[in-house]
Ligand binder design. Structure first.
Ligand code: NAD
Ligand code: IPM
Ligand code: MN
Length: 351
């Protein structure tokens, strides 16, 4: 019996995770689901944002479904020593699972163009896969310090780190439209010079059927919203991928429509890309679509059940048409939307 560990976390995390679990239980009743603590909630309970009990539970997991972590700007969690803050718990979790490739799909489903603030002709048919490197760069490993009036972080990559994530991007492109755009800042940063060289070398050596081009991150930040149709797969380092994926959420219309899958050495980690949304937490109005679509990615990549995953994605698209949530200009709250997804699952166009 496959086992999924859920980590609801903080803010709207528990609300959207509960919705995703409801859907999972419906479409995969044989899967064993076990909940554990992460983030600020785990710190409050165990004094650690990634406690040993959660760490131990992962040993048995086939896949992990995460909500969100973190508090509001004025949260006392933000003044804790950095390793005790909620976000550090999430980073430690990613590291523990060895999830180096974070897949963040950006899709405008047919008939949902009206949810995008972009002109319908720009939004129509957009299907981008952002592959964000998740365990390296400025987030991890390099020298870092804050002392008095001086602080620094270092962005560092090695060839094996670049190659392993680039392979995932090329592999994904082969299943899609065969194009990879590698995003860097090679006009300024040595680390980007290495990134660009290694991605190109790998392409020339092993993926000559994939078309590869290189673009600068500042330009991509403009083009991804001005002309999203020009992208198929984007591969980029950790921090650039973090920023570009929130920006890309504008295309479908909300952060609440952005799921993700983090793959690597062991069990996959599946999580919406949005945060804990302190401004709406506890009000039952968060959009659970990203969490539900992350559960679909879990079914596809974590449990190898692509047909059920597609079924969930189609049900979400139907629910978005009939019952858009408030972040999308609609009226549906979390419960209404989740029920709409469950109802749509029974409809002939989905099953
Ligand atoms: P955020 O993503 O939480 O919120 C940004 C805006 O988007 C808010 O107005 C919020 O209400 C809205 N929003 C986000 N998700 C939504 C959803 N599902 N439905 C409806 N509206 C939604 O970003 P933030 O405010 O910068 O960060 C809040 C906290 O979350 C911080 O502590 C931050 O560190 C943390 N964070 C965690 C993750 C994660 O767990 N993966 C990701 C990003 C931020
Ligand atoms: C994300 C978040 C995290 C990140 C934070 C909360 C550590 O912004 O998942 O996109 O920067 O990776
Ligand atoms: Mn982010």
């Amino acid at each position: 019996m496959p086992k999924v560990i859920t980590l609801p976390g903080d803010g709207i995390g528990p609300e959207v995770t509960a919705a995703a679990v409801e859907v999972l239980r419906e479409v995969a009743p044989d899967v064993q689901i076990e909940e554990h603590a992460i983030g600020g909630t785990a710190y409050e309970r165990y004094g650690d944002p990634f406690p040993q009990i959660t760490r131990d539970a992962l040993q048995e997991a086939d896949a992990v479904l995460l909500g969100t972590v973190g508090g509001p700007q004025n949260s006392p969690w933000n003044s804790l020593p950095r390793h005790l803050r909620p976000e550090s718990g999430l980073l430690a979790l990613r590291k523990a699972l060895g999830c180096y490739a974070n897949l963040r799909p950006v899709r405008v489903q047919p008939g949902l163009e009206h949810l995008s603030p972009l002109k319908p002709e720009l939004a129509r048919g957009v299907d981008i896969l952002i592959v964000r490197e998740l365990l390296g760069g400025i987030y991890f490993d390099g020298d870092r310090q804050i002392e008095g009036s001086v602080a620094y972080n270092t962005m560092r990559y090695t060839t094996p780190e670049v190659e392993r994530v680039a392979k995932v991007a090329f592999w994904a492109a082969e299943q899609r439209r065969g194009r990879v755009t590698s995003v860097d800042k090679a006009n300024v940063l040595e680390v980007s010079e290495l990134w660009r060289r290694d991605v190109q070398t790998l392409r020339d050596r092993e993926y000559r059927n994939v078309h590869l081009n290189h673009e600068y991150v500042d330009s991509v930040a403009m083009l991804i919203v001005a002309n999203p149709g020009r992208y198929d797969v984007i591969v980029t380092e950790n921090l650039f991928g973090d920023i570009l994926s929130d920006l890309a959420a504008v295309i479908p219309g909300s952060l609440g429509l952005m799921p993700s899958a983090s793959l690597g050495d062991g069990a996959g980690l599946f999580e919406p890309i949005h945060g804990s949304a302190p401004d709406i937490a506890g009000q039952g109005m968060a959009n659970p679509a990203a969490a539900i679509m992350s559960a679909a990615m879990l079914l596809r990549h974590g449990l190898d059940r692509p047909q059920v995953a597609n079924q969930v994605d189609r049900a979400v698209a139907l629910a978005l048409r009939e019952h858009p949530t408030r972040d999308l200009g609609g009226k549906a709250d979390t419960r209404t939307f989740t029920h709409a997804v469950l109802n749509a699952m029974g409809s002939p166009s989905v099953g």
